[in-house]
Design a protein around this ligand. Structure first.
Ligand SMILES: *Cc1c(COP(=O)(O)O)cnc(C)c1O
Length: 368
């Protein structure tokens, strides 16, 4: 599905040098390398502040904490996402309320979000899923109508834009993940919080450091969540290549698009006119998803199913937490989606081989 090794080999000299610089400096926690990466991230996203943290899940939790989200509060989030978006809220005693998605973009449906708003709602948390920016115009209008902050879950979409504005700079806060397989991947865990609000920057930074701005002076309850200096050094090198990574992903997507153009059984990913999609995943839809998955397994072609079980149907969210709701578009997507190999090192030959199996399978279905 991804080729981390191939990318490393291509960038080896630059990355090894950056790692050795950290080793030689012996500054492993915080320090100039982390600040340098944070600055580079603000330049890239145009958010005023970036705060490196240990992973994307922490970035979400700390953002919720910075906004004082806690027991009795609700956040509105998609059910069609990775568990972390909701889990971080539950961990703080807040309740994730699940809205449905737009079937074309896989991102939050603003109408469904509005129906979920209650006096307890404390934030809207859109996810730019698979690298496609969520419908930020409508969501921003909703947020100002109800005076709610937006926290962008930007874990899958670094480098994406919406009407020319970078994802991660549109919400009150935003969260990034640098998990190795993400579009900007570290060689271990990493994450960041983005905001342009100086007070939220101060609060978030404090929370990441045991709730204190000065050593041994703790002003609030915090956590220990730091971006490792070694990871920051690696990420600083890789951030310089992010644009070319994105172009490689988009060009692979466009080649898949051309290969599947005439195959009616396969619904190709949709790109909104406002959004610059960065293809964290290339996700197709088909009514015979499980059969296609079997065919790919037999042909030894890797694939992924993101996500097979929606959050509102996860055992952990059953019972009191989530009443028995149905989210038709979310449930349908969980049955129909399949992600094909997508990374920066894909070649047309790889993609031809993948498409051959997908198309052969689709054609068998027609004649079956
Ligand atoms: C990866 C991911 C996260 C969590 O990031 P980690 O760095 O793995 O903690 C959160 N939300 C979404 C949508 C993700 O894809």
């Amino acid at each position: 599905m991804v080729d981390l090794k191939g990318q490393y080999v291509r960038l080896k000299d630059e990355i090894d040098a950056a790692i050795h610089e950290v080793l030689d400096s012996a500054r492993f926690i915080r320090g100039p390398v982390v600040s340098q990466f944070e600055n580079a991230l603000t330049e890239c996203t145009k958010a005023k502040y970036a705060i490196g943290v240990a992973n994307g899940t922490d970035a979400l939790q700390i953002s919720y904490m910075a906004l004082d989200i806690g027991p009795g509060d609700e956040i509105i989030t998609p059910s069609f996402t990775f568990i972390a978006t909701a889990e971080a809220a539950s961990l703080l005693g807040a309740t994730p309320v699940f809205a449905d998605i737009d079937p074309k973009t896989f991102c939050l449906d603003p109408d469904s979000v509005e129906q979920c708003i209650t006096p307890k709602t404390k934030a809207i948390v859109p996810v730019h899923l698979f690298g496609q920016p969520a419908e930020m115009d409508s969501l921003t209008k909703l947020a100002s109508k109800y005076n709610l902050p937006i926290i962008e879950d930007n874990a899958q979409a670094i480098g994406a834009t919406y009407n020319g504005t970078s994802t991660g700079s549109m919400g009150t806060m935003a969260c990034c993940s640098f998990f190795p397989s993400k579009n900007l991947g570290a060689y271990g865990d990493g994450g960041a919080i983005l905001t342009s609000d100086p007070e939220l920057e101060t609060r978030s930074r404090m929370i990441t450091n045991h709730g204190g701005r000065h050593k041994y002076l703790n002003e609030t309850i915090g956590v220990n969540s730091r971006l490792d200096a070694l990871q920051a050094a690696i990420l600083t090198v890789k951030l310089k290549h992010l644009e070319s990574f994105t172009l490689a992903r988009r060009s692979a997507a466009s080649y898949y698009h051309s290969l599947f153009e005439t195959i009616d059984e396969i619904t190709r990913p949709y790109e909104t006119p406002e959004g610059f999609h960065v293809y964290h995943q290339y996700v197709i839809r088909t009514k015979k998803r499980d059969e296609l998955a079997d065919a790919l397994t037999n042909a030894k072609i890797p694939y992924g199913i993101y996500y097979p079980v929606p959050l509102h149907q996860q055992p952990v969210f059953q019972g009191d937490i989530t009443p028995n709701i149905t989210l038709p578009e979310t449930e349908k997507a969980c049955e129909e989606v399949l992600a094909l190999p997508m990374h920066t090192e894909l070649t047309h030959a790889h993609q031809d081989r993948v498409a051959e199996i997908v198309i052969k399978h689709a054609k068998t279905l027609i004649y079956a």
